[in-house]
Ligand binder design. Structure first.
Ligand code: FAD
Length: 489
C-alpha cells in the first residue's frame, strides 16, 4: 500500500525501452513553473504498449504519469523520477459513425487536429457534424487530458465534457484493458472523467457530436451587474454559446465589472461564413498580449474595439471554438514585463465558480482583493456551466458562473508567493459564496479549501487505492494531495 511517505521514491534501474525518448526534464506549456525530472519519457503509440509496460519485469514497482498536451499547471501530468507516458503519438481516428454522430479517437489527439479530421470525415461522408465544446483558450489540448480534467468550453446550457463522452477504453493499473461507459464499469466512468489520470490510462474515447450549425456572433459592452440576466435573455432567443471578457485595468472603475459579452446564435445553414472579414492575426494577438502587460487600458480598449467589429459575423460551430494560442508568447515579452524578471515570467490561470446570482458580488469582492494585492491580471473571462451530476469529483457542483483569471507571474519566490496568496483569496471568496474552484490550474489550495470544495476527496483517494493499490499511476499533484491530507487518510 502506498502512502504520501513513498510518494517521491524510485529505484534506479537502467531501463531499455526502445521507443523514441524526449528530454526527461519536462515542463508545462503555459506557466512553465513545473519543470520536472522524469526517469524516462516514453512516447507510447497504443494501449498494447501501455499494457506491456505495466506488466514488464523491468518496470515492476515503477510508477507512471500520463501526459497529453501538458497544459495543466498543478503537476497532474508529471511525476518526479517517474516514468512518463506521453500520448502525443496516439492521434489517430479509430471510428466514425456518420449516422449517430459519434467519433472515436486515440486519447492523445489534440482538439485542433480533431476538428480538422472531423471536417475531412464530414466531406467524405457527406454529413455535417460538429464538436459540442472544447477548451476555449488553446487548441493543442488532448482529448485524454480533457476527459481527465473534465473540461468545459463556452457552450451554454451544458454540463462539462463528461456529458459529451459516450464511452472509452482504458488500461487499468494491473494491465487489463476494459470498456468504460455509463453501463459498463460505470464507477470508472465517473472516476476517470475528472480523475486526473489516476484511475487508468485512457486509450480511445468516443465523443458525441452535434449537427454543425452556422452561428451569428452578437457583441456588446456590458456591466457584470446585469450579465446573467443578459446572457439568459440571449439564451431564451436561442444563443448556444457565450462568454464575457472583462476589463483588466485595475486603475479603472470598471475593472472586472465591465466587459465584452459575445453570444452565438444559430442562423440559416446557407448563410455564408465571413470570419475572415475581421480577424486577429498572430501579430495582432502578440501585440494585444504585450499591451495587456504594459498598458492595460489600451489593451482592453483595442480588444473591445476588435470584438465590437466582429458583431454580426457568421461562424461555423466548429471553427468558432478554435482559438489562437502562441505557446512562446511570453519569451517575446521579456523586455516589457514588470520588473524585468531575470528568472523568466509567465501567466498562471485560476478558475473559480459561484452560483450565478452571486457573480456580480464575487467580481466586486475579487476586484477589491486583487487591487489591494496589486495582482497583475492579463486576461479574464466569465462563462456558465450546468451542474455535473455524473463525475465523482465534480467541480460544477451546481449551475455556476465560471470566472477565469490569468495572472502574470515573475518566476521569483516573491511573485510566486503573491500569486499563491491571490489564488487562495479568490478561492476563499468563491467558497464563502457557496462556490468551488478548478483543480487543474495549480495546487495552491489549502487543505481546508480542498475539502470544502471537494468534500469527497478522501473517498476519491480510497477509490484510487481500490483500483490501483500499488500506485502504478501517480503524479506530483496527487502526491501533494496525499501529503496535504496525510494526517487523516
Ligand atoms: C491556455 C490554457 C487554456 C485553457 N483553457 C481551458 C478551458 O477553456 N476550459 C477548460 O476546462 N480547461 C482549460 N484549460 C485547462 C486544460 O484544458 C486542462 O488542464 C487539460 O487537462 C489539459 O489537457 P492536456 O492535453 O494539456 O493534458 P496534460 O496537461 O498533459 O494532462 C492533464 C491531465 O490529463 C491526464 N491525462 C492525459 N492523457 C490521459 C490519458 N490518455 N489517460 C488518462 N489520463 C490522461 C494527465 O495525467 C493529467 O492528469 C486551459 C489551459 C491552458 C494552459
Amino acid at each position: 500500500m502506498y502512502s504520501a511517505k513513498n510518494a517521491e521514491t524510485s529505484d534506479a534501474v537502467n531501463l531499455n525501452w526502445t521507443e523514441k525518448k524526449n528530454s526527461t526534464i519536462v515542463n508545462d506549456i503555459h506557466s512553465k513553473l513545473n519543470a520536472t525530472r522524469h526517469r524516462q519519457v516514453l512516447r507510447v503509440t497504443s494501449g498494447d504498449q501501455v499494457q506491456q509496460l505495466l506488466r514488464a519485469r523491468q518496470y515492476e514497482g515503477s510508477s507512471f504519469c500520463i501526459a497529453g498536451g501538458r497544459h495543466s499547471m498543478g503537476g497532474q501530468q508529471f511525476l518526479t523520477d517517474g516514468i512518463m507516458l506521453d500520448t502525443s503519438m496516439m492521434n489517430a481516428v479509430v471510428d466514425f459513425c456518420p449516422k449517430r454522430g459519434r467519433l472515436t479517437v486515440q486519447s492523445g489527439m489534440l482538439w485542433g487536429d480533431l476538428v480538422d479530421k472531423l471536417n475531412a470525415l464530414n466531406e467524405k461522408h457527406h454529413c455535417r457534424w460538429s464538436i459540442i465544446q472544447k477548451p476555449t483558450g488553446a487548441d493543442d489540448i488532448s482529448i485524454g487530458g480533457s476527459l481527465a480534467s473534465n473540461i468545459h468550453g463556452r457552450v451554454l446550457a451544458r454540463k462539462p465534457f463528461i456529458a459529451d463522452v459516450e464511452c472509452f477504453t482504458a488500461i487499468l493499473a494491473d494491465g487489463r484493458r476494459i470498456n468504460v461507459s455509463r453501463n459498463e464499469n460505470a464507477e470508472l466512468f465517473t472516476l476517470c472523467a475528472g480523475g486526473y489520470g489516476m484511475f487508468g490510462f485512457v486509450e480511445t474515447i468516443t465523443i458525441r457530436l452535434m449537427p454543425s450549425t452556422k452561428l451569428l456572433r452578437k457583441v456588446a459592452l456590458v456591466s457584470s451587474e446585469k450579465l446573467i440576466e443578459l446572457i439568459e435573455n440571449e439564451q431564451s432567443k436561442g444563443a448556444l454559446y457565450g462568454d464575457f471578457q472583462f476589463c483588466i485595468d485595475s486603475t479603472a472603475q470598471t475593472f472586472l465589472t465591465s466587459g465584452i459579452l459575445s453570444t452565438y446564435h444559430p442562423c440559416a445553414e446557407d448563410t455564408e461564413c465571413n470570419t475572415n472579414n475581421v480577424k486577429l492575426s498572430e501579430k495582432n494577438w502578440r501585440e494585444l498580449l504585450r499591451l495587456a502587460h504594459v498598458d492595460k487600458e489600451k489593451a482592453f480598449t483595442q480588444y473591445s474595439e476588435h470584438y465590437k467589429r466582429t458583431n454580426g459575423q457568421v461562424y461555423d460551430s466548429q471553427t468558432a471554438q478554435l482559438s489562437m494560442y502562441v505557446p512562446d508568447y511570453h519569451d517575446t515579452l521579456k523586455h516589457d514585463c514588470s520588473g524585468g524578471a531575470s528568472g523568466g515570467a509567465s501567466e498562471m490561470i485560476s478558475e473559480l465558480y459561484v452560483p450565478k446570482h452571486k457573480l456580480h458580488e464575487f467580481l466586486l469582492a475579487a476586484k477589491s482583493a486583487l487591487t489591494r494585492q496589486k495582482a497583475d491580471v492579463i486576461y479574464g473571462t466569465v462563462r456558465l456551466i450546468e451542474k455535473d451530476d455524473e463525475s465523482f469529483l465534480p467541480w460544477a457542483k451546481d449551475d455556476f458562473a465560471c470566472i477565469i483569471f490569468n495572472l502574470h507571474i515573475n518566476h521569483d519566490q516573491i511573485s510566486i508567493l503573491s500569486a499563491k496568496h491571490s489564488f487562495r483569496t479568490l478561492i476563499d471568496i468563491a467558497i464563502s459564496m457557496g462556490g468551488s474552484f478548478y483543480l487543474t490550474y495549480h495546487r495552491y489550495a489549502t487543505r481546508k479549501q480542498l475539502l470544502s470544495a471537494y468534500p469527497q476527496f478522501r473517498t476519491f483517494i480510497a477509490r484510487k487505492r481500490h483500483y490501483d493499490p500499488m500506485g502504478r499511476f501517480r503524479s506530483n499533484w496527487f502526491n501533494q494531495m496525499l501529503l496535504s491530507l496525510e494526517s487523516d487518510v
